[in-house]
Design a protein around this ligand. Structure first.
Ligand code: ZN
Length: 270
């Protein structure tokens, strides 16, 4: 009998930022409350490691670069401080805990190429590991750094032809058996959500940064200053909710620390 597919969440550290980035109108001064409180939110960075029975070891999302302090602009470090990143949070350390090395990874999927998601590509520099990303994400990320119109969210370091880029053209694809990718723009042009269907534990839907935190999804609080296209975002939300419903999926968000803990605490899922 074939081995079951197994899935683990890996802990890639933590950021902190003003909630106005994540919730529309968060901290907005109003007539009755001219001096609102500004609150900071804790943001998880994590990856998903899938041991696929036929297609090897697959990682979705890589977190920040280990040398983020050198690579990130000072303004980003100030506004989005990395509040936890130790040896423990490196991609190589996290893989080792599962019994793997970087060389064992057969494919990488990047949901979107922002600096806190694609930074871990640094670990794979000089290797030939295929890196799957949506065509729209790759094109617009390159544009963002070339024109400097969205520099800071994207960094030029990862826009490197030396990586073995593989492009997803479709809006929806079952990239490998029981692993589906869905184009869900709004936060970025080419963001891809992922659905993983496990034999015993059921379906898991990773919204990526379409929803940073559970309030974006459950209460449909639109993203704040980080939104790029609100109409696309609404459309992507409807898509995600349809997927949740039709697959009775567990939903995990781009950076929600509580939801992350809830599932990471279960260990290896199959
Ligand atoms: Zn992002």
């Amino acid at each position: 009998m074939a081995k079951p597919m197994r899935m683990s969440l890996i802990d890639l550290g933590e950021l902190t930022a003003d909630h106005g980035f994540f919730f529309e109108g968060g901290g907005c001064a109003t007539h009755s409350h001219p001096n609102p409180e500004h609150t900071l939110r804790r943001l998880k960075m994590y990856g998903v490691v899938i041991e696929h029975p036929k297609d090897g070891l697959i990682i979705y999302e890589l977190g920040a670069a280990p040398n983020y302090e050198e690579l990130w602009p000072q303004s980003v470090l100030e506004v989005f401080p990395v509040t936890r990143y130790t040896e423990e949070n490196r991609v190589d350390t996290q893989l080792l805990k599962l019994g793997y090395e970087l060389e064992d990874v057969s494919a990488i999927i990047i949901g979107h190429l922002h600096l806190d998601h694609a930074g871990g590509l640094e670990f794979f520099r000089g290797m030939d590991t295929p890196i799957y990303v949506h065509r729209d994400e790759l094109m617009w990320a390159w544009y963002a750094v070339a024109t400097k119109e969205d520099l800071g969210a994207y960094l030029p370091h990862y826009m490197d032809p030396a990586f073995n880029w593989k492009v997803i053209d479709q809006d929806e694809v079952e990239i490998w058996e029981n692993i589906h990718l869905f184009l869900t723009p709004g936060h970025t042009k080419g963001l891809m959500a992922m659905q993983v269907d496990l034999h015993n534990s059921g379906s898991f839907l990773f919204t990526n940064d379409t929803c940073f935190l559970k309030e974006n999804y459950r209460d449909e609080v639109a993203p704040g200053w980080l939104i790029r296209d609100m109409y696309e975002w609404r459309r992507s939300m409807r898509k995600l909710k349809d997927l949740e419903k039709s697959n009775d999926a567990h939903v995990l968000f781009g950076h929600d620390p509580d939801v992350y803990e809830q599932f990471a605490g279960k260990g290896i899922l199959d």
